[in-house]
Each structure stands twice: as structure tokens, then as C-alpha cells.
Design a protein around this ligand. Sequence first.
Ligand SMILES: [Zn+2]
Length: 112
Amino acid sequence: MQEFIEHLKKGEFRMPTCTSCGGKAWPPSHRCPYCLSKTSLKKIGTTGILLEFTSSHIKGKEGIFGLVEMSGIKLVGSFGTGHLKEGMKVRMKECGVGSDGTAFYYFMPTKA
Ligand SMILES: [Zn+2]
């Protein structure tokens, strides 16, 4: 979804939300996954819960990655700290599109 990416490039996270039933289209889509109505981008809360995490040692992808549940969706974010616990509250600090064209979401614990 191009519009979603354009916002992401500016560091803004906008959720495609159904204009009819209010459902969230995640992964981003022009159509609601529940009722097939159109979606529009809405600003949502970017505080969530860390469900699980792992560290990666793959070259070029080193870091700590976690699955975050946020405003009813789940996404994989990266973390800059190793002091993580499953179930802790985290907040999206940064998002954007990397030089290789993939989206990234950078989280940190709310109490850091
Ligand atoms: Zn809908």
C-alpha cells in the first residue's frame, strides 16, 4: 500500500482502518479484510505489549527482534536494548523504510 509506505518514509505510522466497520487492515491494504469496504489511514496509539523476542546474529541483520501486539495488530519490531521481558510495555520510537526498501519499526520499553 503506497500511501502507507509514503507516511512510513516520513517516520509516521498510520494504520489502514476501515471507513465502514472500523476494522484494521493489517498487513496494510486498501480493502477491509472483514467487510471489503475502503480503508483510510488513521493515527493510532503506538504503545504495545512485547509478546516474545529473540536476538539475531545474521550478518547485516544483527539485533534484537520482538513480536509486539499494538492496537489490535501484531508486528515485528527491532529493539536497541537487551533488557527485555515478555509481557512488558513497549513504545514505537521510530519507524521508516530502510535503504533496502524494507519497513522497519524500532521499539523501546516505555520505562527506559
Ligand atoms: Zn470493514
